[in-house]
Design a protein around this ligand. Structure first.
Ligand code: PQQ
Length: 231
């Protein structure tokens, strides 16, 4: 089969986000509408922390497979963005501050024995995917980030408006991601669009992105089921 043109390939990838990114999940819709109880919000923050903890780990697996120093030099920033450095705070620490802003302690967040089983399965599946698949598919699975900025901007506005009990400092994680994401998105798009040459590779990237949307969707399904007031 003939490969898609770059524009067609990008359109296929973007269509996945439009159809199944977690901005469409009922739990997210309820968050934006101001419908979540404090317990539900805390349940989301606490369980999503397991995803945050695993982002640098899956990115480290991908790092080992990238073809060449130039790509590795850029990719390594994704790890320090979350883990921080000796002198800069990382995303994991900022998520702890979000946790504290919703009434969780650092110890509770780091106690991963209490993570919901469905969240653990979903996040562990994402890490295993990135460990086991060819680098191109593993990188493509991170392309949900293409769809994140709109959601993050709305989240900052809507959470500030509807959940005044959450201090503004708690939202710093999302503000920082908004500044980091444009460079990440450009890097991801460059890697995937330039290196998927055959139609088979292109389709494998689309499937990787669908898989990742399912990871994010399952995470919210589990949180909704465990904490949702309507469950
Ligand atoms: N996704 C990745 C990834 O798969 O490598 C890294 C991130 C996401 C982040 O650092 C995020 O903050 C993030 N945030 C959201 C969100 O809050 O809705 C979604 C995603 C995503 O789409 O996977 C990421």
């Amino acid at each position: 089969m003939k490969p898609w043109t770059t524009a067609e390939f990008e359109a296929e990838l973007r269509a996945v986000g439009e159809q199944r990114y977690h901005h469409l999940h009922p739990f997210n819709e309820r968050m934006h509408a101001g419908d979540l109880t404090e317990e539900e919000f805390r349940g989301w923050v606490r369980n999503r922390f397991y995803y945050q903890l695993n982002l640098p780990i899956k990115d480290a697996f991908i790092l080992t497979k990238l073809p060449g120093a130039q790509h590795r030099r850029k990719w390594i920033k994704r790890i320090t963005d979350h883990d921080g450095t000796e002198t800069t705070e990382g995303g994991i620490e900022r998520w702890v501050r979000l946790g504290e802003a919703v009434g969780l302690t650092r110890a509770e967040l780091h106690d991963t024995r209490t993570v919901l089983p469905g969240v653990r399965f979903a996040v562990d599946a994402y890490v295993e995917f990135c460990r086991d698949k060819p680098w191109l598919e593993a990188v493509a699975s991170a392309m949900t980030e293409l769809f994140a900025p709109d959601l993050l901007s709305r989240r900052i506005t809507d959470v500030s408006e509807h959940y005044p009990w959450i201090s503004d400092a708690g939202l710093e994680y999302f503000r920082t991601r908004l500044t980091q994401q444009p460079a990440d998105i450009e890097h991801l798009l460059g890697l995937v669009l330039d290196n998927a040459e055959t139609r088979q590779q292109q389709e494998a990237c689309v499937r990787a992105l669908e898989f990742k949307c399912d990871v994010l969707w399952s995470l919210l399904d589990s949180v909704q089921l465990a904490f949702g007031k309507s469950s």
